[in-house]
Write a protein that binds this ligand. Structure first.
Ligand code: F6P
Length: 349
C-alpha cells in the first residue's frame, strides 16, 4: 500500500492521539502516506463545503507534541448514517478517489461495526480498540481504560475523605455503558465496600443491608462504585419501596438517577447516603504511560498488518502479547463479569 487513512470515532478516549501518532510515524517509516479523516466516518463521507474540514494529509510534524494529550485532534463523532449501505458504499468510493488503500479505525464497538461494513464491501480495514469502557471481549485491554480508571480512582479517593469526615455512605457512578470493568477496577483499587455492575442482578434492599452491616462493623464511610449501566440490572420493586417511604414519593421508577438510588439506600438503611456522577471527567486528561505504550504498540501494529496485506482485523492484547482477530468477531461486547476481582472487592472490604 502506498497510502492509508486513519480516523477516530465514537466516544473519545485518552490515548487516541498517541495512537494516531503511532499510525502516522509507522506508516511514514514504511513508505506510506497518511490521510487523517476528521469526525470519524463523517470525514470519509466528505460532505463539508470545505475539504480540509473532512480530511488532511498527516506528516510527521502533524503528530508532534500529541502523545501526551487527551482528546483527539482529528475530532470524533458518532455517524448514524454509516449504518446504511448507501453511505458505506459512498465511503469506499471516496477512499478510492483519494488513493487511500486501507483504513485504520480507532474506537469502540460502534467504530468496529462501521469498519466491518467496509470490510464486507471488500475494503481493507484494521480496527484499533480505543474506548475507556474496556468492553470488547477479544482484547484484555482497550486504549483509554487505564487513564479513565486512574481518573476515577483519584475522584473516589477524594470522595472517601469527605465521606469519612461526615460518616456518610457514597454512591459514585462511573462510565462504561453496559460493561462493569471501570467500576470493578475502580472499586478494587480504591478499597470500595460495594461494587454494582450491569452484569450482575442486584437489589436496593441488599445494598442497604450491606451499608447497615458496614456501619455496625464500625466503618466511617461506605463507598459504593456504581457502573452507569447497572441501572438496567436492578431487580427491586422500586414502586413498592417508594410507596412505603414518604421521602421517596417523588421518585419515578422508570428513569432512576443515582441521587434517587442514594435516597432509596438512605431510606432503607437509615444511613446518610450521597451520590456523585463522575461523567466526562473520565474521558479527558493526559493518557497514562500504560495507555501511551499500548497506543504506540497497537497503532504501529495496525500499520504493519496493512503493509503486509493483512486486513479485516482488529488488533488487541492477550496475555501481554499483540493479537489480531477478525473484526467481525472482535466487535462483540463482553457480557461476563470479572468474578475474581469482584470477589476480591468483597473479601478485602
Ligand atoms: O463509550 C464511551 C462512553 O464514554 C460510555 O462510557 C458512555 O456511556 C458513553 O460513551 C457516553 O457517550 P456520549 O459521549 O455520547 O455521551
Amino acid at each position: 500500500m502506498k497510502r492509508i487513512g486513519v480516523l477516530t470515532s465514537g466516544g473519545d478516549a485518552p490515548g487516541m492521539n498517541a495512537t494516531v501518532r503511532a499510525v502516522v510515524r509507522s506508516a511514514l517509516q514504511n513508505n506510506m502516506s497518511v490521510v487523517g479523516f476528521k469526525r470519524g466516518y463523517n470525514g470519509v463521507l466528505m460532505r463539508s463545503s470545505v475539504q480540509t474540514d473532512d480530511f488532511t494529509m498527516l506528516t510527521a510534524r502533524s503528530v508532534s507534541d500529541k502523545i501526551h494529550r487527551g482528546g483527539t485532534f482529528l475530532m470524533t463523532a458518532r455517524c448514524l448514517e454509516f449504518k446504511e449501505r448507501q453511505y458505506q458504499e459512498q465511503a469506499v468510493k471516496n477512499l478510492k478517489l483519494l488513493g487511500v488503500e486501507g483504513l485504520v479505525c480507532i474506537g469502540g464497538d460502534g467504530t468496529f461495526h462501521g469498519a466491518n461494513a467496509l470490510r464486507e464491501l471488500g475494503y481493507p480495514v484494521i480496527g484499533v480498540p480505543g474506548t475507556i469502557d474496556n468492553d470488547l471481549d477479544y482484547t484484555e485491554v482497550t486504549i483509554g481504560f487505564d487513564t479513565a480508571l486512574n481518573t476515577a480512582c483519584d475522584c473516589v479517593n477524594k470522595i472517601r475523605e469527605t465521606s469519612d469526615s461526615h460518616e456518610r455512605a457514597s454512591i459514585i457512578t462511573v462510565m462504561g455503558r453496559n460493561c462493569g470493568d471501570i467500576a470493578v477496577s475502580t472499586a478494587l483499587a480504591c478499597g470500595a465496600e460495594i461494587c454494582i455492575i450491569p452484569e450482575k442482578p442486584w437489589t436496593i434492599e441488599e445494598i442497604a443491608d450491606q451499608v447497615r452491616w458496614g456501619v455496625l462493623r464500625g466503618k466511617r464511610s461506605m463507598i459504593m462504585v456504581f457502573a452507569e449501566g447497572a441501572v438496567n440490572s436492578l431487580k427491586s420493586n422500586v414502586a413498592e419501596i417508594c410507596a412505603s417511604h414518604e421521602s421517596l414519593s417523588d421518585i419515578s421508577p422508570r428513569h432512576l438517577s443515582s441521587s434517587q438510588i442514594a435516597m432509596m439506600i438512605e431510606a432503607l438503611s437509615g444511613h446518610e447516603t450521597r451520590a456523585t456522577v463522575l461523567g466526562y471527567t473520565q474521558r479527558g486528561g493526559s493518557p497514562t504511560a500504560a495507555d501511551r505504550i499500548l497506543a504506540s504498540r497497537l497503532g504501529a501494529y495496525a500499520v504493519h498488518l496493512l503493509r503486509d496485506d493483512q486486513y479485516g482485523l482488529a488488533v488487541g492484547m492477550r496475555k501481554g502479547e499483540l493479537i489480531a482477530d477478525p473484526i467481525e468477531t472482535a466487535m462483540h461486547g463482553r457480557t461476563a463479569a470479572n468474578e475474581e476481582l469482584l470477589s476480591l472487592i468483597t473479601e478485602l472490604s
